[in-house]
Design a protein around this ligand. Sequence first.
Ligand code: CS2
Length: 490
Amino acid sequence: MNLNNKSLSHLAETGACNANITLPHYNRDQVKIGIVHLGLGAFHRSHQAYYTEQAMNQYGGDWGICGVAMRNETLRKNLSAQDGLYTIAKLADNNQFQVIGALKEVLVAQQEIEKVIDRMVNPDTKIVSVTVTEKGYCLNSAGLLDIKNPDIQHDLNNTNSPNSIIGIISLALFKRFSEQTPAFNVIACDNLPENGKKLKDAVLAFSQYLHPELVNWISQNVCFPNTMVDSITPKTEQATVDLVEAELGIKDLSPVQREMFTQWVIEDCLSGEQPRWQEVGVVFSNDVAGYEHTKLRILNGLHSTLAYLGCLTGFDTVYQAISEPLVKDFLLELVDQEISPSINLPKGLNLYKYSRDIIARFENSKIQHKLAQIACDGSIKISIRILEPMLENLRAGRPTKNLALVVACWIHFVVSEYKAGKSLNDPMAERLYAAVANFTDDNAANVAKLLNVEGLVCSELIQHPQFLPSIINAYSKLMRTQDNLLAALK
Ligand code: CS2
């Protein structure tokens, strides 16, 4: 039996569920679509859609989601065949399963952009949310709209059939402005600091090309709260599909897996209608920046560290890498001596406990989180997660030795992928590989070549007298211990 409305009713009526399975409590047929979500990856389905589901389970409301996959036709096919239903497998010692009903419609932007825009322009749509990963924001290294980005260039020349979320959101808002339909709010949910502000600035920069008054209208009518999102959600594997089938007795072709822990902090400026998220655990705060910094630098910073170090050392998953005592000790030293001092603590947060809880989350043996998944898009992730705290430490005269070693590991990772003839999963892959192609046996020159790639390191950092020397030092150490990289951690 496959998952769909019929098999779900059957499950509910026959009481075939055990206590570990939660089904939608509301009448899906009557729910209207109130949210359009751009970027229908696993993270949205495990996180924001879950909170919306919880809010509808308890309080109802017209908060059905139209999920827009940017390109993934297979995902649409699978989810549509299941009437939009899918399961979240929450993995812990005692697994829990939740069938989510909030996803009411699935569209693919690349193939049916008119339908996507119509749905966004529909007055029932009150919220547009976004998870398209850091590179989907089309920003330059200063965090502003990158006009040279090929998708932005495409969208400027084809304003009615945009590819990027910037072009899509701007066009939908332009239509609402022209039709005098009240605006929707936009919630950015990706791992970049000030995600809402950056998205807003990019949309404003783009929308000036659509209509001179649009910029003003958006500024006055659309909220773009900053947010912090957190829940470790590895890519769906065949094992996830099998696990869900074994538990539900129903085949779900598109389940998602995540840890039990989940957190969502939204800047407390979101006016207008919204699901009753605050009643189901979403935190509304005036200090999202504090939460963002803490999470991006500790959880994501340590994740990227594990990814490059672990891939180079031959580990496959986060759990395997953190189980190596030398790796764990390095992480603890990095967080205590170099990351934590760079953080402006949100009120009431105990940084020591926060960091130890994160390490414990990495030690969850039920989660098979592939390091290769985290290692992608390194040029953007390293910049946000490692180079930003490094710059702040250098400004304040604090140590940066371990942060420098992480950057050196990333450089070595890029070189290793190049030498192995693999294609690099990174928006700057071409430029990075062009630099690596010119490497010689001079470590110092090699590091300088890579870090000087246009758009990678901001000018203040690259010009800081201690920056390049510290990375060269770390990289040379790595090169000396190549056969036993773990020795470089001591
Ligand atoms: C990870 C994140 O892939 C990555 O870059 O660091 O997806 C991480 O798992 C989430 O941010 C956890 O909330």
